[in-house]
Design a protein. Sequence first.
Length: 236
Amino acid sequence: MSRTTRRLAVATAAAATAVLLAAVPAAAHVEVEADGAQALAQDVELTFTAESESATAGITQLRVILPKGITPSDVTYEDGPAGWKFATTDDGYTVKGPAVKVGGDAEHSVVVRQLPDAKELVFKTLQTYSDGKVDRWIELGESDDGHGHGHGNEAPVLELKAAAPGATTVSPTPSASPTPTPTPTATETGVSPTPQAADTEQDEDSGLSTGAWIGIGAALAVAVVLVVRRRGGAQQ
């Protein structure tokens, strides 16, 4: 093989390799990290970093499914992209808001009341883009599905150190008891006492009830009639 032919073969192989490397998408993924990642540790801050796989749309939402031993009520929101809001779900939580810049990563952090007694924690995550496409980071271990939108990819895993000597499980997060609603009074509802009740109260204050005054008035009327009749009979 001539020197020119060998150079041409090397150049062709290099060009082909470059094309293949350019065609393979970046190995995007979701990571979870924590300082003091230890079983039964309390008030641990977890930081999630979701890398973008899209060249045309920004990330708008992350839905995290919590592992066994952590309930949604054990999680509080710490920080995230500007304008993003936190909300709990039946099996975890979501953080969402305005799309981050195209190609940008979405990072957020939460505080967990206590980590469970385990060797590792798997946080399955669904990553949504502004064009509606979803990256499903839900697989356990290596996945053969690739890294395209809508395919299953390896879920983020947090490795835990063994629990500290004497560490115990804290009591479950207490739920807030509903505050009893007081029964409204007549004044609070805008209903004033009935006239009869008011009259009775006034009469009781003066020492005589309404019935007593009616009786007195009737007796006076009868007396007047008798006097008039007697005077009329005497004149005849």
